[in-house]
Design a protein around this ligand. Structure first.
Ligand SMILES: [Zn+2]
Length: 288
């Protein structure tokens, strides 16, 4: 895909304010984007840049330069709720000469197919007792506060690792009905895991939450920077502390069945700037 490119000159240079130049080349991987998917943008501008940022579906994009390929690479995602269609990608570069370079392109999003299932959990989770409401509300507030922070530095590097090596029991995006009443969409990826299975950090990051929550049970949240978080739920034991920096592959806890769980399993979720993305696709990303 080509992105029309304009260099913002200045009147003193005797150029028109907006000078169109050769378009930038924009690619993304995987090539077919669906709702719920994380992916990487690869941008090859026609003008040498010293920095590149962008906006996409209301999100802020951060790019890093890969000199070998003369390409800027940035992490992005599409929320589950995004309808199929074409969406604008707007890029802002700063040239070596400090001129603004604006690029824009259209990116197509397709519809993913996600399954529907019925589940049964203890009543207290679908109709929580009034005395539990205070706890649930407080935790809701805590999560909103923790999730709102976008740390500007990227902490993750290289391919993402699976949290456990066991098989998947429920994929991301499944539409679920709990006890015939409460409906929700599965915002993570579930793995079969007997209680006590070691859980690994899918990439490097900082522990921003490591505590017992009503729905999530013992829960660990890692901040990988630039709005990318990974969440590990229903743990039996937590092995990290809030504020601690962990390396990719570090053991962060042992799996269990705490919180709203139908039995022992691992729930791994990936959150990017307010939306949940498919962890299986994140693990498949070919990171340069
Ligand atoms: Zn789950």
């Amino acid at each position: 895909m080509l992105a029309s490119t304009f260099v913002l000159g200045t009147q003193s240079e005797g150029k028109p304010p907006w000078a169109p130049v050769k378009p930038a080349v924009v690619r993304w991987a995987p090539a077919r984007l669906v709702n719920g998917s994380p992916f990487l943008f690869r941008v090859r501008p026609s003008v040498r840049l010293k920095s590149l940022t962008g906006t996409w579906l209301g999100h802020e994009l951060f790019f890093d330069y890969n000199p070998g390929k003369q390409t800027w690479v940035g992490f992005a995602g599409v929320s589950l709720e995004t309808k199929p269609g074409r969406y604008p990608l707007v890029l802002h570069g700063i040239s070596q000469q400090d001129a603004r370079v604006d690029m824009d392109s259209q990116v197509r999003v397709w519809a993913a197919k996600y399954p529907t299932i019925v589940l049964h959990v203890p009543e207290k989770f679908t109709a929580p007792a009034p005395e539990m409401r205070t706890r649930i509300d407080q935790e809701k507030e805590l999560k909103a506060k923790v999730f709102a922070v976008i740390s500007p530095e990227r902490e993750w590097a290289g391919r993402f690792l699976p949290a456990v090596s066991t098989s998947v029991s429920d994929p991301f995006g499944t539409r679920r009905t709990f006890n015939g009443a409460v409906k929700s969409v599965h915002g993570g990826l579930d793995y079969h895991a007997p209680v006590g299975t070691p859980l690994k950090a899918i990439n490097s990051g900082t522990v921003i939450l490591a505590r017992d929550l009503f729905f999530e049970g013992n829960c660990v949240v890692l901040d990988h920077g630039q709005g990318l978080l990974s969440l590990y739920m229903h743990l039996w034991k937590i092995k990290v502390h809030e504020g601690e920096r962990v390396e990719r592959g570090r053991e962060i806890g042992l799996s269990g069945a705490t919180g709203r769980a139908t039995g022992p399993h691992v729930h791994l979720a990936v959150r990017w700037q307010g939306v949940y993305l498919n962890p299986a696709e994140l693990l498949n990303l070919r990171v340069p």
